[in-house]
Design a binder for this molecule. Sequence first.
Ligand SMILES: Cc1cc2nc3c(=O)[nH]c(=O)nc-3n(C[C@H](O)[C@H](O)[C@H](O)COP(=O)(O)O)c2cc1C
Length: 330
Amino acid sequence: MADLTTNYMGLQLRNPIIAASSGLTNSVEDIKEFEENGVGAIVLKSIFEEEIRRELEKDLNSMNMENFLYPETMEYYDNYAEDDTLTNYLGLIRESKKAVNIPIIASINCVTAEKWPYYAETLQDAGADALELNVFVMPSDFNKSSEENEQVYFDVVNKVKKHVKIPVSLKISYYSSNLGAFIQKLSNTGIDGLVLFNRFYSPDIDINSLDVLSTNVTSESSELPISLRWIGMMHNRVGCDLAASTGIHDGSAIIKQILAGANVVEIASAFYKNGKGILKDMINDLSLWMEQKGYKSLDDFRGKVSQDKAKNPAAYERMQFMKYFSGKGL
Ligand SMILES: Cc1cc2nc3c(=O)[nH]c(=O)nc-3n(C[C@H](O)[C@H](O)[C@H](O)COP(=O)(O)O)c2cc1C
């Protein structure tokens, strides 16, 4: 059987398939099932500072209405209530580490600058093998320059890296005015891995109720090319490992991402749609393809079709439908 083991950010994985951060990586039971089905590592559901703050505000508002708000209550909430949510998350890290042998990567999303290093250090101390920073700045403040928006990512990475010893990855979106240079600059900050890309809720409009709704919560396999393009273009141009995410639904998509240059893949939607059992098919398809091609390890073909090695590198940058398709009726 082909050797599927791989190294990601210094962590030894039995294969390159990581269960991406989602509601499916939020309990020890699910994590055990992922391990039983063969996953290489787990990224836990993100801990969201914003959610903790909203909960606190809700509690404080209801107490305020009932004249419950004494200075002692405020002090309690400042010191302990936040710890409550954190404590649950730390429990998830500790219990998962006890229950499984695969690496556990904790995931953080903060809104205030000073909380990033605090959460990072606390999750490290609870036993996380690595951290994934789920950073997103929506470029919707028209008074901010693209440099100001992008600086947030560098500040977060620099702060967190100073506070922890375990490997740290950064999960980003493709909303950047100069994406290639941005990814390259981030990869040289000392970060251990970059995840290309996160995927978010998309808006839709209900034409009857006139409400804005969330739509397309899970991805389609047709979304693969966005991350495939950027993994292929950034391979050998970055100073850290690359994890591909979005639109990876089967073994062939995993093979494509590794051929493009990914160290690992992070998958969520395929598990929502098909269950964790699909991992076995993915692993079988990858092994079988490697055997057919005569590849003994992932390094034998990783990056073989990246932009710098592909026979037709321009295809990675081609965007317009010019002449090429004209003879095909498109
Ligand atoms: C229901 C759901 C919840 C998610 N929650 C998180 C999260 O808490 N943190 C995070 O970084 N990504 C989260 N994601 C994004 C996934 O980790 C993944 O990057 C994205 O869905 C693209 O991969 P996919 O095409 O395999 O779904 C979530 C995705 C889904 C579908």
